[in-house]
Design a protein around this ligand. Sequence first.
Ligand SMILES: C[S@@+](CC[C@H](N)C(=O)[O-])C[C@H]1O[C@@H](n2cnc3c(N)ncnc32)[C@H](O)[C@@H]1O
Length: 375
Amino acid sequence: MAEELTDSDVLVPSWREAFSAVPRHRFIPDTVWVEDGDHLVPVHRKDDETRWVDLCYANDSVVAQVDDGVPAGPGQAGHEITSSASRPDVVARMLAALMAEPGMSVLEVGTGTGWNAALLAERLGSAQVTSVEVDPAVADRARRTLREAGYEVTVATGDGALGYPPHAPFDRVIATVAVDRVPYAWVEQTRPGGRVLVPWTTDFHNGALVSFVVARDGTMQGRIVGNVAFMRLRSQRGKRASLDRHVHDAAAARRSSTDLHPYDAFGEYDASLAIGLRVPHCKLIVTGHGGGAYTAWLIDPWSGSWAGLDYRPDADRYVVRQSGERDLWQEVHDAYQWWDGLGRPTADRWGLTVAPDDQYVWLDAPDNPIDRPGT
Ligand SMILES: C[S@@+](CC[C@H](N)C(=O)[O-])C[C@H]1O[C@@H](n2cnc3c(N)ncnc32)[C@H](O)[C@@H]1O
């Protein structure tokens, strides 16, 4: 795995030794979950060791826990992924972006399996690494696994949004969970000049990696430096959108049509990132109908508004249905035009400022904040 990541230029030289030294499989639980069609199903090491090992060393995330450790029974909504070992190339890119050097102290938020904490400990030393995990069972397992692998890092059980004051200030904070509001504790607990690396998300778009530098005035500024998708911080999970629960009265929906190709709005990274900035509380679900046809559903689980756009490969206009107090497709369409009008800024032109009582998104420079309706 380390060789493959090196060959594809993902693993920078300073992290190569750590990746080779830390055996990922030691951190992966004996039962993991894999996708099977629309479902997640368990794979047990005792039943299929070869498959389990392959999963441990594939360049993919490994689902270590679903439904907060109490898997939903038959007939209930599909499983939700609640803990995983992140994809190796994502971990490698994030560690490179963290710019941590031996001697620096690091706070990791979201211990999960403990694999990333082990990589940090291997390079920086166990005493330099503190990791916080909200789920007690996940934290206990990671603590034990890390110790057995020879890494005496501090694994604290608790809400990582609060940081870990007993070990602050840190030189680096790395979140391995996504947030839409960056907890101010991460600024407070980082030394001026230190870095905070955060997977940042909106309801519409998941997500972007933001690399912040903490200033002396108690604020931090950051720019988008990559494209990552993480599960959310537990307290910021929001509501799940579901077709069964939220899409009804289709016959009574307001009908219109559009010539905006859904891929331009949803599939294109820079566009969907910008739409997420402007259209709050809007989740996207796509259902395929075969032959390349699909419906893109926009759902606001808070107000119950929904929209469906029916894509047919042979059409150049697409039927849109909208229901509820919001015209969600219209909002997405307007946000797309707003982004287009700005000259289609790429992700790297957006940045965030986090201050004690406020945080905002800007384009190109902090003195150019953008208006984000409803957030
Ligand atoms: C993608 S996994 C982290 C992967 C991990 N770094 C690894 O190497 O395996 C995200 C983890 O964040 C945890 N988490 C979610 N909300 C949290 C919070 N508020 N504080 C601390 N951990 C949290 C989840 O329970 C989950 O284990």
